[in-house]
Design a protein around this ligand. Structure first.
Ligand SMILES: *[C@@H]1O[C@H](CO)[C@@H](O)[C@H](O)[C@H]1NC(C)=O
Ligand SMILES: *[C@@H]1O[C@H](CO)[C@@H](O)[C@H](O)[C@H]1NC(C)=O
Length: 211
């Protein structure tokens, strides 16, 4: 039989030549790779230490978005489901950091009745220095915004109760700076507010959180 399996010695034989290549001098590319790896690891460690020191020394905290007061001026239905509403509130943007300035670069505020967006507003950029709070009056106007029959009924029920609820969602892009370092990120403020009926509706309760 020609194609019989080879005797055991023939299988073992090719192992010897395989040992030879490792005795050659190591390829320079391998050295370069190793050096790059070491440098990258060191960079990673140094970066980690810098970030750790930053968090221990600067103790960064998120800015805070709050609504200390608000007034509900108008709620008028034009035909049963088209809402016209006017709400004015005071926004308090505070920077609780001792060592960082916060630049609010982009500010967008949305007003919701339940999950229905009924008005939107952008504010001009401003700077909050360390431990500073800036106040801004924000006017939200809804003009001929369609509400589903269910939502329109819900709003009318809330007015019968003299307790109108809105959700305010703020999206903010901030640039924080400390000495020569700076970085930019987004954060979001959510407030649920309860007001009495227009035309002189006042803020009765609020729950605000930042994330
Ligand atoms: C704005 O927020 C800051 C920080 O929480 C607070 O000290 C200040 O009294 C607030 N201002 C108003 C008008 O609520
Ligand atoms: C109105 O008030 C009553 C009694 O407090 C409550 O049961 C009901 O859920 C309220 N309705 C609305 C729409 O808030």
């Amino acid at each position: 039989m020609k194609q019989a399996s080879p005797p055991p010695q023939q299988i073992a034989e090719p192992r010897k030549p395989r040992l030879l290549p490792s005795r050659r001098p190591t390829n320079p590319f391998v050295w370069c790779g190793a050096i790059v790896c070491i440098i990258l690891s060191l960079l990673l460690i140094v970066t980690g230490i810098i970030i750790l020191i930053f968090f221990l020394v600067v103790k960064p905290k998120n800015p805070v978005f709050d609504i200390p007061s608000a007034s509900l001026n108008t709620i008028v239905f034009d035909s049963p489901f088209y809402l016209n509403a006017g709400l004015t509130f005071l926004a308090n943007f505070s920077n609780p950091n001792d060592k960082m300035d916060v630049m609010f670069e982009y500010i967008n505020i949305d007003l919701y009745f339940q999950n229905r967006l009924i008005a939107s507003q952008s504010l001009p950029p401003f700077l909050d220095r360390t431990n500073e709070a800036k106040l801004g009056a924000v006017h939200m106007i809804s003009s001929e915004v369609y509400l589903s029959p269910g939502l329109a009924t819900e709003l009318q029920m809330q007015m019968k109760n003299n307790s109108v609820l809105f959700n305010i969602r703020g999206a903010f892009r901030v640039r924080v700076s400390f000495g020569f370092g700076r970085y930019t990120y987004w954060f979001y403020g959510l407030c649920q507010i309860e007001l009495t009926n227009p035309p002189a509706g006042v803020l009765v309760a609020r729950i605000c959180k930042t994330k």
